[in-house]
Design a protein around this ligand. Structure first.
Ligand code: UT7
Length: 331
């Protein structure tokens, strides 16, 4: 372990990259597949279209593309990375871990590399893991990937879920940053009493995949209950992370929320008095991309000019598990 005096004061994002598939699935497309309407989807969720990975492509290809961009932006090469955290609940395979596939393909030297499954909270959990590893001197530069291809486990006959999900990936390199910048406060939590409110009942070791349980491999969700959970934890998660950072809500420039439902985001905006300029909303273009949602939000914020050096932002996510987390950082 390095001496305390050499441990980094401030840890944050050195580079960000994203990748989404080109194929677009619109609400009009879905109207032809299930009993739904563009009007219902937009008014109940805010989603207009989502990206769907092409057949035959592996989700890790998106993760790798995003990672190359994050490295390039950080001005680093694969040999500078000493830890890989690949956040996903849709890995390429149950085994090997996607982190290993990515590490091998990118030529990252042998290192700590693992998959982290916290569903839609995955990226926040991964970022917080990375922060702890760098802050404690265990790692120097951590590649955190959030990549999910929900479409591979979506039942396109189930209108309750198929309109919601999209595919994508994002990645950041986490390392030492200029003092006062980077991650300022974290909050994370799990409530396993709601573990089965979003689930895939087969494909795991309890119900191994078989010809009889194909339908059970799809994502199923009790939407109303998850909605209540999300609205309930959103505010306290933000407040706890701000408390750890020693900041007040008035000092926040930008909210980067998990994009699950526009109404959940709007309820948080109302609670905190945020105006649309201070919030990232890209659910219309991408839908719910699970672990990719937060990095895609950061990317959108940057494109919109909302995220520049020094911007104080709160990232907040919630999802299956049930899990939730928030991170405050100065960009
Ligand atoms: O990222 C992981 C976390 N996930 C979430 O945060 C999702 C949280 N939940 C939600 O966002 C919402 O609950 C949904 C968008 C999933 C559903 O919206 P809702 O307003 O809660 O609708 P509901 O499930 O209460 O259903 C209302 C009605 C039902 O019809 P009846 O029973 O009232 O006749 C549904 O059958 O809407 C119907 N419905 C649809 N109608 C048209 C459900 N899905 C659709 C659809 N098109 N796609």
């Amino acid at each position: 372990m390095p001496p305390l005096s050499t441990l980094p004061q401030s840890v944050g994002v050195l580079g960000l990259g994203v990748s989404v598939p080109e194929r677009v699935l619109t609400n009009a497309d879905l109207e032809k597949m299930v009993d739904t309407t563009d009007e219902w989807i937009i008014s109940r969720t805010g989603i207009r279209e989502r990206r769907i990975i092409e057949e035959g492509r592996a989700p890790s290809e998106l993760g790798i593309e995003a990672s190359w961009k994050a490295l390039e932006e950080a001005g680093l090469s694969p040999t500078d990375i000493d830890t890989v955290i690949y956040c996903t609940f849709t890995p390429d395979y149950p085994m090997p871990p996607s982190a290993c596939i990515l590490q091998g393909k990118m030529g990252i030297p042998p290192c700590l590399a693992y998959d982290l499954n916290a569903a839609c909270s995955g990226f926040i959990f991964g970022l917080q893991n990375a922060y702890g590893l760098v802050k404690s001197g265990v790692a120097k530069r951590v590649l955190v990937v959030g990549a999910d291809c929900n479409s591979r486990f979506t039942d396109y006959k189930d209108r309750g879920t198929c309109v919601l999900f999209g595919d994508g990936a994002g990645a950041v390199v986490v390392g030492e940053v200029e003092e006062g910048r980077g991650i300022l406060g974290n909050c994370a939590g799990t409530d396993g009493t709601g573990a089965f409110l979003i689930h895939q009942m087969s494909g795991g070791a309890v119900n191994p995949p078989s010809a009889d349980n194909v339908e059970d491999q799809y994502i199923r969700m009790n939407g109303r209950e998850v909605y209540k959970f999300a609205v309930g934890v959103f505010g306290p998660a933000v407040e706890q992370a701000l408390d750890k950072a020693g900041l007040k809500i008035e000092e926040v420039d930008l909210l980067v929320p998990h994009q699950a439902n526009i109404r959940i985001i709007e309820s948080a905006m109302q609670r905190f008095g945020f105006s649309p300029e201070n919030v990232v909303i890209n659910i219309g273009e991408y839908g719910n991309t699970s672990a990719a949602s937060i990095p895609l939000g950061l990317d959108t914020a940057r494109q919109q000019g909302k995220l520049t050096a020094g911007t104080v932002c709160v990232l907040v996510a919630f999802g299956a598990g049930l899990t939730y987390g928030a991170t405050v950082l100065r960009w």
